[in-house]
Design a binder for this molecule. Structure first.
Ligand code: AKG
Ligand code: FE2
Length: 319
């Protein structure tokens, strides 16, 4: 699967592209969902053992368990995320770097569309997350985390360090459940990638573009079916809607850059996902990938804090 000339032209013009049916349901999505069910099952057993949940409470299916865990104040996000968090990291900081996630990130059909945009020397960039978002009605009023509630307007370039300001990269936003306007799909400002990087501000638990910089811009929501992907440029302004549905909205956002260029998060591990020039450098072992993250965690546990972006709330543009 590749992109047509017309799709590439639209990506160049708009700064984003919706591609339906990239990931195969039985080959890629089902194993991914099964892997996360197992992760949640282990978490659940731990919560029961710790007395945070009633022993008899099976919780129901995946979605019911997510909502129940959230409502009980149990932290499900970080143990399911495919990255370490910013700030303080310890040897015990949980994350999930499972084989089905690795298979999704290195999926041939996905890499084909990425190759159409950044070429055949592809590095998996470590700026990556899972987003499993409960219905907004179930969220606490003060819930502001972008992996759980709606995401504020931002450019992905702004969540890299300066070293990656010239890196050729692309974000692939992968829908695991159908993403709809109602359940909080991605939204973008078409054509915004042709502008410069806008100063961002750390505020309200996220890093976002100050509201006055968003005035007069027209947003486009991007619904996409499960297995579909939204590709976008690192300067494309985007965010996501809040989940007004009754069910959980689930996506991954992963990134790729041209091999050899700075990832923008050098303290986290990247790997070669595809290479025409040096195919022997491609990482094929999911366990080696997990060990890279474990090694990064041990390293980062030695330091007080891990900083992942350049923005200060004290900057003049944030006043
Ligand atoms: O899914 C979301 O809420 C936001 C995703 C995002 O910011 C990204 O994919 O870069
Ligand atoms: Fe983003």
């Amino acid at each position: 699967m590749s992109l047509t000339a017309e799709q590439l032209r639209r990506f160049g013009e708009d700064g984003f592209l919706v591609v339906e049916n990239v990931l195969d349901r039985t080959r890629t999505l089902d194993p991914l969902i099964a892997e996360y069910e197992a992760v949640l099952d282990r978490l659940w057993q731990g919560w029961v053992r710790a007395g945070a949940l009633e022993p008899g409470d099976a919780g129901g299916g995946f979605e019911e368990r997510i909502v129940k865990a959230y409502t009980a104040g149990l932290e499900y996000f970080q143990p399911m995320d495919i990255s370490l968090p910013p700030g303080s990291i310890t040897e015990e900081t949980p994350f999930h770097a499972g084989p089905a996630v690795f298979a999704m990130m290195t999926d041939d059909r996905l890499l084909d569309v990425v190759e159409a945009i950044i070429g055949p020397e592809i590095t998996s960039n470590p700026i990556q997350h899972v987003r499993i978002k409960p219905p907004a009605v179930d969220l606490r009023d003060d819930e502001l985390r972008a992996h759980i509630a709606a995401t504020d307007w931002h450019q992905d370039r702004a969540v890299t360090l300066e070293e990656a300001d010239d890196t050729r990269m692309v974000t692939a936003w992968v829908a695991v459940s159908d993403a709809t306007v109602e359940n909080g799909c991605l939204q973008v400002i078409p054509g915004s990638h042709r502008g410069a990087m806008i100063p961002h501000c750390p505020e309200a638990g996220q890093v976002g573009i100050p509201a006055r910089m968003m005035a007069g811009r027209e947003a486009r929501p991007l619904p996409v079916g499960a297995g579909g992907v939204v590709l976008f440029h690192p300067l494309t302004i985007h965010g996501s809607l809040s989940n007004r549905s009754q069910s959980v909205r689930w996506s991954f956002d992963i990134r790729y850059n041209v091999t050899g260029e700075p990832t923008g998060r050098p303290m986290f591990p990247s790997f070669v996902a595809r290479s025409a020039r040096a195919p022997e450098t491609v990482l094929r072992d999911p366990h080696a990938w997990r060990r890279m993250w474990e090694a990064a965690r041990s390293r980062l546990a030695q330091q007080e804090t891990t900083t992942i972006h350049r923005w200060s709330p004290d900057a003049a543009h944030c006043a």
